[in-house]
Design a protein. Structure first.
Lengths: 322, 143, 503
């Protein structure tokens, strides 16, 4: 209805046309409207203004291309010292950087904070022969090709790497990784549907998109790749409980240009921290299947660097990078 | 003749496409790999291009003279608009483009300029103010 | 019974004030777009897609607005056919044959009203068909695995070659062009960059919407620049504003014949509304032309093609929604819209997004009623639109396309790509190479490849998986049957066309 009023006021606005310019905060979503990064920017941007953490409405700019590389290159070349800028990213972006698909490594930008995360899970059909994570890793050790796995990323993408991290923890070697059949689908739901149709044995992906299938009882969570059990599904054991110390978060967070001053950097970290502490953010995050988790400032930078190094190692072992 | 030229162009493109694709390899991934389908595509594309070269339809009428000039002018104008939108700012770039497009479409200078002013304002209000597209209104350095 | 309950929920979605307003807005704009020669439904919908983004509409609202524009275009196309003897869009060509002669005899208002009623009957018939058949098809489609999808795409491409276009070689070549364009970008299965020439802009491939706006809207402007020195059609006077009911309801069974034929043509992938209108006219002429009045303003010669093209456009929504395979150029554009809204059409759509699907279907019923009202008493308004000078309209089309595309990514790169596709589209159209297969190739190419590779990943490289399921085998058989039927129809159509030319 609000959109409609906006449309109707077109005529009135035409008369009061003003050419304003402001140095308002801007959030770049390095993707088309409608995706996860776009959601991050739009939700955070709206809340920042609603909660009066910034003076002006946050400008949202979509800059799709290269799974984030276009926005990255743009910031690096044109706005590397722009203290008003946020760029949305997530673990998926880090995977791209770790595999050398961006123009520069993780140290080229300043990492601000993560505000929430999607939790990776390994799921199987309710009637699957795999009852525990150990059943699965035993089967994989015996004959890697006997298991067909699927997820929303391609071979070498984050969904695939998370599964291989589990395999690694269970003692499988780099050669075994290549034997596990991996099928890419355009999202978690199609992957789960195909699993229910008997096409694949298991799916590794973010819980958010497929939680409905778990609630309905069609599929079981074999292992949650998180530090603690997922609040919404307390019966589902973590991988660590089953003896394999692996976590696979897909966090949502922000970076800013590499030459941004310490002052601006700290201001952003504390602003985002205030946002994180608000109940509005918690509600928005949970509404879209995210678990609110905070890591900010230097702690976050260290976390990103470590995650990138870990991914680079696995990517090298499976031959995604040489 | 037009079909033969188009066929030859497509033939070259298809062959280049197939050759480029055959170099793609992933050391890890699915059994088919990234090269197989493009290479498979290039084969029928080459055959169909050859059919077009050997069995062309009668030529369409290609215009020459003023209409052709107008078409080229319109394409050049649009490319210039795309490149100048940011440096010149929305208002000036759009006004000039709409006015010149009006001229290309055979209206008088005055009418074109008038429609240029009106359309610039309507589009600016619609896209910038109502739809929230961040447009730089004035030339760089002024706004 | 369940269908009725679901449809009831759909009406609850469609009747919210925002969606109602968007539906009426869509019908109005669609009728204008359809009526104006030069902007057809494909470019109309394509130009307005960025608008749906910028408004930040919910996917269901965006889909409702664009579907109503689509239906509106189909109604509107007849207006300039009748008034100017220039079809407002391609499917309205057949309406000029009897519509314009009838208008010349001073019965323009009657011709418009008759055709509006025929459009209503055809579109409503198709909407009922959509309500009944789409859930059935969607229910079956849940059992589709990757190999079955691959068979489905093979069917889509094989059949467009047989059905559309004058020269099958050119149609197939057009599909190849689309498939080649689709392979640009990061390969989703392995992350290999293909045909990107080192540009990060090309990593995500070509955005279908950018390509579509370029191919259709920009090429249209180039076409206009070429033909504008030729004279425009003369507008006939409208005559009495609202004709009597008795003068409108003269179509009789022609309504139903046109609807059925159009609907079937619409469901076939790649055939679309033009074929629906053409087949309906040819059949109706064979049935009703006893006194040789066809071509001289016979009302049934208006009813049949109008019922046919409207039924076909509704029918084309069925394969688009249930299988993700569009049945016409415009539904291809709507498929592109859905994908960019992160809604994956296909069998899952009905079970996962019932609100969206049934909201859409319900709003199509509403749109039909709204359009009937708009197109009988208010038709004078639209005929006046035809007087808009091209030197205002064309720059407006260009600017809206331009800013719409710019608003998607804020980069001049996409706009330059759009201009490039505009020039390509112009050349292809000059060479009589249909653009619809290009779009289909562009939209479906990646999915076709991915499903083939998924199937082979599952089997570990064994190709026998492609013909292992009964669904896949069935689809290959249907493909074969459609191809056989298409050749039969093409043969008869060409004969009928020749006869039509001799008359």
């Amino acid at each position: 209805m609000r959109k409609l009023t906006k449309l109707l006021s077109l005529g009135a606005l035409a008369l009061s046309l003003s050419v304003g310019s402001s140095a308002a905060e801007e959030c770049i979503a390095p993707a088309d409207p409608g995706g996860g990064w776009d959601f991050t920017c739009r939700t955070v941007g709206k809340l920042l203004y609603d909660l009066k953490l910034v003076e002006n409405p946050v400008q949202i700019t979509n800059m799709p291309g290269g799974v984030g590389a276009v926005a990255w290159a743009n910031v690096a070349s044109k706005r590397n010292d722009d203290g008003s800028l946020l760029v949305a990213t997530s673990t998926v972006g880090i995977t791209q950087i770790a595999q050398g698909r961006f123009p520069a490594g993780t140290d080229a930008m300043r990492w601000l904070a993560m505000l929430g995360t999607d939790v990776g899970v390994i799921v199987v059909p309710a009637d699957s022969e795999f009852k525990t994570l150990k059943d699965l890793t035993d089967a994989m050790s015996e004959d890697p090709a006997s298991v067909t796995a699927a997820g929303s990323s391609g071979a070498g993408g984050w969904d695939h790497i998370r599964l291989l991290m589990v395999a690694k923890a269970a003692g499988l070697s780099g050669d075994d990784y290549k034997g596990i059949r991996w099928v890419q689908f355009d999202g978690g739901s199609p992957a789960v549907t195909q699993m229910l149709g008997g096409q694949v044995d298991l799916v590794t992906t973010d819980l958010g998109e497929i939680a409905g299938f778990v609630e309905s009882g069609d599929i079981r969570i074999l292992a949650a790749l998180s530090d603690e059990r997922i609040p919404a599904f307390p019966d589902a054991p973590t991988a660590a409980e089953q003896g394999l110390d692996v976590t696979g978060y897909n966090w949502r967070g922000f970076y800013t240009g590499g030459d941004v001053s310490d002052e601006d950097y700290q201001r952003w970290v504390s602003t985002l921290n205030k946002l994180y502490d608000s109940k509005e953010w918690k509600a928005a995050a949970e509404g879209s299947g995210l678990v609110p988790v905070w890591r900010g400032g230097e702690e976050f930078e260290a976390y990103v660097l470590e995650q990138a190094a870990q991914m680079e190692e696995i990517s090298r072992q499976i031959g995604v990078i040489k | 003749m037009s079909d033969r030229i188009a066929g030859i162009v497509m033939l070259i493109v298809s062959i280049a496409f197939g050759i480029t694709a055959s170099s793609y390899e992933a050391s890890f991934g699915d059994p088919l790999g990234p090269a197989a389908l493009p290479v498979m595509l290039s084969i029928p594309a080459v055959l169909l291009s050859l059919c077009l070269v050997l069995k062309p339809d009668p030529d369409p009428v290609w215009v020459t003279g003023t209409p052709l000039f107008r078409q080229i002018a319109a394409v050049v104008l649009l490319i210039a608009y795309a490149l100048l939108l940011d440096p010149l700012g929305f208002l000036l770039a759009t006004f000039v483009t709409v006015t010149l497009l009006g001229r290309i479409l055979l209206s008088g200078w005055l009418k074109s300029a008038l429609s240029g002013v009106l359309m610039t304002l309507v589009l600016f209000v619609t896209f910038d103010t109502l739809l929230g597209l961040p447009l730089r209104a004035l030339p760089a350095g002024l706004g | 019974m369940e269908t009725i309950a679901l449809l009831g929920q759909g009406f609850a979605v469609a009747l919210t004030p925002t969606n109602m307003a968007l539906a009426i807005f869509g019908c109005f704009v669609g009728t204008i777009i359809g009526a104006l020669p030069g902007i057809g439904p494909v470019n109309g919908v394509a130009i307005l897609i960025p608008l749906a983004f910028s408004l930040g509409l919910e996917p269901v609202s965006a889909l409702i607005m664009l579907s109503c524009i689509y239906y509106g275009c189909m109604y509107g196309g007849r207006i300039s056919s009748i008034m100017l003897n220039i079809p407002g869009d391609e499917p309205a060509i057949m309406t000029t044959l009897d519509g314009y002669p009838m208008a010349q005899r001073g019965k323009a208002a009657e011709a418009l009203a008759i055709s509006a009623l025929a459009s209503f009957v055809g579109a409503t018939f198709a909407t009922v068909g959509l309500t009944l058949f789409a859930p059935l098809l969607a229910g079956a489609a849940i059992y589709f695995g990757p190999a079955d999808y691959f068979a489905l795409y093979v069917m889509a491409f094989a059949t467009i070659g047989g059905i559309t276009g004058v020269n099958p070689i050119k149609t197939l070549l057009a599909a190849m062009i689309g498939l080649m364009i689709a392979s640009v970008g990061l390969d989703p299965a392995t992350g290999t960059a293909r045909f990107t020439f080192g540009s990060y802009h090309l990593y995500d491939g070509f955005n279908p919407i950018v390509a579509i706006v370029g191919l259709f809207a920009i090429s249209e402007v180039l076409f206009y620049l070429e033909t504008m020195h030729m004279s425009d059609g003369k507008m006939v006077p409208l005559g009495r504003a609202v004709p009597k009911l008795r003068d409108i309801a003269v179509g009789g069974w022609a309504h139903l014949r046109g609807s059925v034929i159009g609907f079937i043509c619409g469901i076939l992938p790649g055939a679309g509304a033009s074929l629906g209108a053409f087949m309906s006219y040819v059949v109706e002429k064979r049935v009703s032309n006893k006194n040789g009045t066809f071509g001289h303003g016979d009302p049934k010669g208006i009813v049949a093609p109008e019922a046919g093209n409207n039924a076909a456009s509704g029918g084309a929504l069925i394969p688009m929604l249930t299988l993700g395979v569009p049945g016409s150029g415009t539904t291809a554009v709507m498929l592109a819209l859905l994908i960019s809204l992160n809604v994956q059409p296909g069998p899952l759509l009905f079970s996962r997004e019932p609100e969206m699907v049934w909201g859409l279907i319900a709003s199509l019923y509403i749109a039909n009623v709204v359009l009937l009202i708009m197109n009988i008493p208010m038709v004078g308004l639209f005929t006046r639109m035809l007087a808009m000078p091209q030197w205002v309209l064309m720059p407006f089309v260009v600017m809206v396309s331009f800013l719409g595309i710019y608003s998607i990514s804020n980069s001049s790169f996409d706009v330059l790509v759009m201009i490039g596709f505009g020039v390509l589209g112009f050349i292809l159209r000059k060479l009589n190479i249909s653009l619809v297969p290009v779009i289909l190739g562009l939209l479906l190419g990646a999915d076709m490849e991915n499903n083939l590779r998924r199937a082979l990943s599952i089997s570990g490289g064994d190709p026998s998986i492609l013909v292992a399921s009964p669904i896949a085998i069935g689809l290959y058989l249907v493909t074969f049957a459609i191809l056989a039927a298409a050749f039969y129809i093409a043969f008869n159509t060409r004969r009928a066309e020749r006869k039509l030319g001799e008359d």
